[in-house]
Ligand binder design. Structure first.
Ligand code: FES
Length: 119
C-alpha cells in the first residue's frame, strides 16, 4: 500500500501585467518518490490551471525545468519532494520572468558564465 502524505507548497506567482511577485499556497498529496514536477502537474490539473511552469522531457534531458526548489537550483522533473519538508518553488532569479516560474532563457539578467544563485 502506498503512503500518501500532504505537503504545503508555496509557489511564487508573477504576472507582469498584473502585480508584483507573490506566493500562492497549495496543499498537495504526494507519494514517496514524487518529483517536484509531479507536484506542479498535480496543482495544474487539480487545483489551479492558471499556474505557469516549463515542462518537456520529464527525464532530466532537456534541462529546461530548473528552478529554485527550497532555496537551491535544481530540475523539477528529477528532484524528489523532500521527505520531511514542505516545498517552496521560485523561478531562476537570473533571467527575465515570463509568468510565475517560467523564464525567458534568451534574456539573462546576469553576465553569462556566472553560476546562478537563489537569493
Ligand atoms: S523537463 Fe526536461 S529536464 Fe526537466
Amino acid at each position: 500500500m502506498t503512503q500518501v502524505r500532504k505537503i504545503k507548497v508555496k509557489l511564487q506567482r508573477f504576472d507582469p501585467n498584473i502585480s508584483a511577485p507573490d506566493f500562492s499556497e497549495y496543499e498537495v498529496p504526494v507519494e514517496p518518490g514524487s518529483s517536484v514536477m509531479n507536484v506542479l502537474t498535480y496543482i495544474y490539473e487539480n487545483i489551479d490551471s492558471s499556474i505557469a511552469y516549463y515542462t518537456s522531457c520529464r527525464i532530466g534531458k532537456c534541462l529546461g525545468c530548473d528552478m529554485g526548489i527550497n532555496g537551491t537550483v535544481d530540475y523539477a522533473c528529477t528532484t524528489p519532494v523532500p521527505v520531511d519538508d514542505d516545498l517552496t518553488i521560485t523561478p531562476l532569479p537570473e533571467y527575465v520572468r515570463v509568468k510565475d516560474v517560467t523564464i525567458n532563457r534568451a534574456r539573462p539578467k546576469r553576465p553569462t558564465g556566472k553560476k546562478p544563485v537563489i537569493a
